[in-house]
Design a protein around this ligand. Structure first.
Ligand SMILES: Nc1ncnc2c1ncn2[C@@H]1O[C@H](COP(=O)(O)OP(=O)(O)OP(=O)(O)O)[C@@H](O)[C@H]1O
Length: 656
């Protein structure tokens, strides 16, 4: 019989064995993890290679079996003379049966990429779109062109909905495009059953997914119902999926391909450079009243008689600014998510019809704005990311004529936004990208936007259409931040010892020897302005020398400033940190800009027919109600005078 000692000995040896096995298991688990990582990386490389290989094909050819039909449909049905960059490639690829994602900036003409193919081949194109109003506009405009299209909504009567649903299984139906929201795929069994019948009958020609970035949580407009669209590629093999978006970040595009189950699909991306948009950062005063005065001057001066949008970051700001501008006699509308749908539509229409010169809006005013002559977009507060900024400012100048994107920047707004976004994944990182853009005073703003979209644009692409390129500084002065870093870290540590938390404003006060004496440092006041001091704090924040620390109160969230991880390096002898000093360049508020922006090609559609010409800026034929005259004038005059135009002037961007 074994003794307790024997058993304990045995137990020890089993423990030893277990440890050995654990070590082996952990070794194999590591190997397994590494292999999984390798597998994912190989899959990604394969997908990327597939995408690159597909992208290297010249899809914009004109010798496909459908090429003649495509040209005829373009001219005779859409009454368009020529394709814009990448449209033909997108059309040919989807007609070839490829899954594809088309990435084009706002207003570049994405809809044509699925509307035209729908008419060239037999069968039905299902278009998924997130907004009913957007779909209504599209169906209306297609119907006006005698293109049979229908919308399936849950807002109409049961009978209407039933008729629309039956189109899917009616082999005799003439409808070519059917618009649905993504919720249909998730929630309507009848819709899915009819769609399967449509597929089984060989009538499902294509699935187009508009605003396809809504699939991805990385995008700026995530919609949970979009994730159900992932079943489509398996459910309907051989039916090409065409995703369309104006969001071009690589992570979003890869994510979208994964969610839709079409990894490695063709990605057709046109340049995101909007050459007609002028980018400007404007110094924002500290008081709301002064801000309103600037807006008033801009609306009455620089943008007199022009349409635009003023973006604010809160409902309260949008209401207050609207009220103040109205008091000063300006016609502006207010738009935010708390207004009911019919009020929002009213505001939108009044702006569209030029009763309102501008809409003062939160970002709720976004998707579905189809006004081509927006001449200015002013950001009263910075956007929460570069991606958002590009989308919001991109609502200007869809007609290709010069338009301006002005952002009012002040350090205090960084915290207004950071306290809203800090809890979302990547929120602060994205915001700091926007702050870097505002702090920049030496690099072309277009280059910064290009970097964001992984594109490379040359200096020539700007054509002096940003404030930095307009007022280049040959020898930008720099401020050596090393001593200031030490002072600021010292102030924070001193406050910490007294159990006091510092907001950025309080930190700034203590640094400039203002505010409570016990929080001030013992050295001298900085020998530069407080505005530059604000820039230094923001610069250190985006560089991780300072960090934000968020605290909730009953009514709000407060951002306090703490020393960040990169501050450790400041004590090294070799540490160097110089910040280029930026200056706000002059910006005329009360007079229209002297423009020298020349659009690439102008197509003048006249009663006699359409002609495409090289820019004919010196002379432009304009027919007024009084008759037709040809005037000699400079390009700037095209924008400034407002003839009663009967002929349409369409600007085509030929940069590819
Ligand atoms: N090749 C073309 N030539 C001239 N006009 C075009 C061409 N393609 C499209 N358009 C016009 O450009 C305008 C914008 O097109 P569309 O609404 O499809 O843009 P979009 O890229 O979908 O924009 P958004 O991202 O805002 O939805 C429409 O009025 C459309 O008729």
């Amino acid at each position: 019989m074994k003794t307790v000692e024997d058993l304990e000995k045995e137990l020890k040896s089993v423990d030893k064995e277990i440890s050995k096995v654990d070590a082996e298991v952990s070794k194999w688990k590591n190997i397994q993890r590494e292999l999984h990582e390798k597998k994912v990386s190989l899959k990604n490389s394969i997908d990327k290679l597939k995408t690159d290989t597909l992208a290297s094909v010249d899809w914009a050819g004109t010798t496909y079996e459908w090429s003649q039909d495509v040209q005829n449909t373009l001219k005779n049905v859409f009454h368009i003379e020529s394709f814009r960059p990448k449209q033909l490639g997108a059309i040919n690829s989807t007609l070839s049966g490829q899954h594809a994602i088309v990435v084009m900036p706002t207003g570049a003409g994405k809809s044509l990429c699925y509307q035209l193919p729908a008419l060239v081949k037999p069968g039905l194109t299902v278009v998924v779109s997130p907004l009913i109003s957007l779909m209504e506009d599209q169906v209306r405009s297609l119907t006006n062109r005698c293109i049979p299209a229908k919308l399936i909504t849950s807002t109409g009567s049961k009978e209407e909905s039933s008729i629309a649903l039956d189109i899917l299984k009616d082999n005799e139906s003439e409808i070519k495009l059917i618009y649905v929201t993504p919720e249909r795929f998730a929630k309507s069994k009848r819709f899915m059953a009819n769609l399967q019948k449509c597929y089984a009958d060989g009538r499902l020609q294509r699935i187009a997914i508009d605003e396809v970035h809504c699939c991805s949580q990385w995008g700026h407009d995530f919609r949970p119902d979009y994730k159900y669209l992932g079943i489509l590629s398996n459910m309907f093999p051989n039916v090409p999926i065409l995703g369309l978006t104006a969001t071009a970040t690589a992570s979003v595009l890869t994510d979208v391909q994964k969610i839709l189950n079409i990894p490695g699909c063709l990605v057709i991306k046109s340049t995101f450079n909007r050459p007609n948009l002028f980018y400007k950062i404007l110094e924002k005063p500290t008081s709301q009243e002064e801000c309103v005065t600037i807006l008033e001057k801009l609306l009455n001066g620089r943008y007199k008689g022009e349409s635009g949008i003023i973006y604010t970051n809160s409902i309260k700001d949008s209401e207050d600014i609207t009220k103040e501008l109205r008091k000063r006699g300006l016609r502006v509308g207010c738009y935010h998510a708390n207004l009911d749908a019919s009020t929002r539509t009213q505001v939108h229409l009044k702006w569209h019809d030029k009763y309102y010169q501008a809409i003062v809006a939160t970002v709720a005013f976004g998707m579905g704005i189809d006004k081509s002559d927006v001449r200015f977009v002013i950001h009263h507060t910075i956007s929460k990311s570069m991606e958002n900024y590009y989308q919001e400012s991109g609502r200007a100048g869809r007609d290709g004529l010069r338009a301006e994107c002005v952002t009012m920047y002040r350090m205090q707004d960084v915290f207004k936004v950071s306290t809203m976004v800090f809890s979302s994944s990547g929120g602060l990182e994205h915001l700091y990208g926007m702050v870097k853009y505002c702090l920049n005073g030496t690099q072309c703003r277009r280059l910064l936007i290009a970097e964001h979209f992984d594109e490379t644009w040359g200096d020539a692409d700007c054509n002096k259409m940003c404030d930095v390129c307009c007022h280049p500084v040959s020898n930008a002065k720099e401020v050596n931040l090393k001593p200031h870093c030490k002072t600021l870290a010292g102030i924070i540590q001193n406050a910490d010892q007294q159990d006091v938390k510092l907001t950025a404003q309080k930190l700034l006060d203590a640094w400039f020897l203002k505010g409570p004496v016990n929080l001030r440092h013992k050295g001298k006041e900085p020998n530069f302005s407080r505005v530059l001091g604000e820039d230094v704090i923001a610069y250190l924040l985006v560089g991780n020398y300072l960090i934000e620390d968020f605290h909730y109160t009953a009514y709000s969230t407060i951002s306090y400033i703490k020393v960040g991880p990169n501050m450790d390096a400041v004590d090294d002898d070799s540490f160097i940190l110089n910040m280029p000093i930026r200056r706000y360049s002059h910006f005329e508020l009360q007079a229209p800009p002297a423009t020298d922006y020349k659009p690439a090609i102008i197509t003048v559609k006249s009663e006699e027919g359409s002609k495409t010409k090289k820019p004919k800026i010196e002379s432009l034929t304009v027919k007024s109600e009084e008759g037709s005259k040809t005037k000699k004038r400079k390009s700037s005059a095209i924008k400034e005078s407002k003839p009663k135009i009967i002929k349409t002037v369409t600007i085509i961007d030929d940069s590819d």
